[in-house]
Write a new protein. Structure first.
Length: 356
């Protein structure tokens, strides 16, 4: 029978030898409990951490600069962007002066990083020098993004209750010029994450306060379906495995991971997930789903087939560790631990991803 227990850190990462900045974990630390009947090596191994002294509030999302090997992290509530060494985790620079930086988008062709800011004009940085090259004045509340490789455009959620605004919009943006091409309106004040089909025409987006997932035709900007989430409330993060047409939707009330058929909206699997999750990540190389939760652990679910999944491990992190990104080039999972309203140290954690 599958064990439904998880290992939480009892004090701080000091118990694992990870106090301080950009330190490497001991090779024999054990910050994970396998919960799968399959056994075998742990899917994640804690490898290091970096401190952010003085940081308060929440972090938001990541992006990777593949040319200069930099990792960018949005310091949403501390009004700055963090820049780190992608290889070592060492802090390179903290860039202040932002309003509410939420999402980041790297443009490899020009080596630029677009910082989506919900309060101030969004900046385009030279990823090498970290200087501002230009700014875009986007609608207020600009937040979550998704990338469409077909058009080389991004789609950005705007508006919503944090502005405050009673409705929301999803805009199509050319990140090279700042030009807005389409806008999809939602009579909802909380629209969260989205996933975009790269070899098809669909966008999947969580309309959180209405408890449904909307399907949008990215060519026309029209909503083609609304799938009600029946198992729980506050569907927020989403990821997509396009190869099997499976969506990974995380709810917050209570915390659940739902696997949906992307053609019908039907639920094919369901797992208990950590509370206060702000990110779900699909790793196509290992066919794993990572659910980073502020409760203090990351859920790892393994895909055996389109309709068969296993709760493989619960990985100890820290309270507030709720946004993440996979670096497929280095088989690494990065997780940001937000201090939130506590006085804890803001941290970046990184894990080596075991092959399957």
């Amino acid at each position: 029978m599958t064990l439904k227990t998880h290992l939480l850190l009892t004090a701080t990462l000091a118990t694992l030898g990870l106090t301080g900045c950009a330190k490497t974990a001991p090779a024999d630390n054990g910050a994970v409990v396998n919960t799968s009947d399959a056994g075998g090596p742990a899917p994640l191994k804690l490898a290091g951490s970096t401190d952010f002294p003085g940081y308060t509030g929440d972090f938001d999302h990541f992006a990777i600069d593949t040319r200069d090997n930099k990792l960018f992290l949005a310091g949403e509530e501390f009004h700055e962007v963090e820049v780190l060494d992608r290889l070592t985790g060492a802090l390179i620079k903290r860039i202040p002066g932002y309003g509410a930086p939420h999402s980041l988008f790297y443009m490899p062709g020009t080596n630029e990083m677009l910082v989506i800011d919900g309060e101030k004009p969004s900046t385009v940085l030279d990823a090498d020098t970290l200087r501002v090259k230009r700014t875009y004045k986007l609608p207020v509340g600009a937040d979550s993004i998704g990338y469409d490789a077909q058009s080389k455009h991004i789609w950005v959620v705007t508006g919503g209750k944090d502005v405050p605004q009673k409705d929301s919009n999803l805009i199509e943006l050319d990140p090279a010029t700042g030009k807005i091409l389409k806008s999809v309106h939602f009579d909802a004040d909380h629209v969260e994450a989205l996933a975009i089909e790269q070899n098809g025409s669909r966008i999947f987006i969580n309309v959180t306060d209405k408890n449904y997932l909307a399907v949008i035709d990215k060519n026309t900007g029209k909503v083609t379906a609304q799938w009600h989430i029946k198992e729980a409330e506050q569907n927020a993060p989403v990821a997509y495995d396009e190869a099997t047409h499976r969506l990974f939707v995380v709810t917050r009330k209570p915390g659940k991971l739902l696997v949906l058929n992307a053609d019908t909206g039907a639920t094919v699997a369901e797992f208990k997930a950590p509370e206060r999750t702000d990110q779900v990540v699909w790793d196509a190389a290992t066919r794993r789903v990572f659910v980073a939760g502020g409760e203090g652990y990351t859920l790892v679910v393994e895909q055996d087939s389109a309709d068969k999944y296993r709760d493989a491990a619960h990985v100890a992190t820290l309270p507030g560790a709720k946004t993440a990104i996979v670096d497929p080039d280095h088989s690494r999972l990065w997780i940001a631990a937000s201090p939130g309203e506590s006085k804890a140290m803001g941290k970046l954690l990184w894990f080596d991803i075991a092959p399957r």
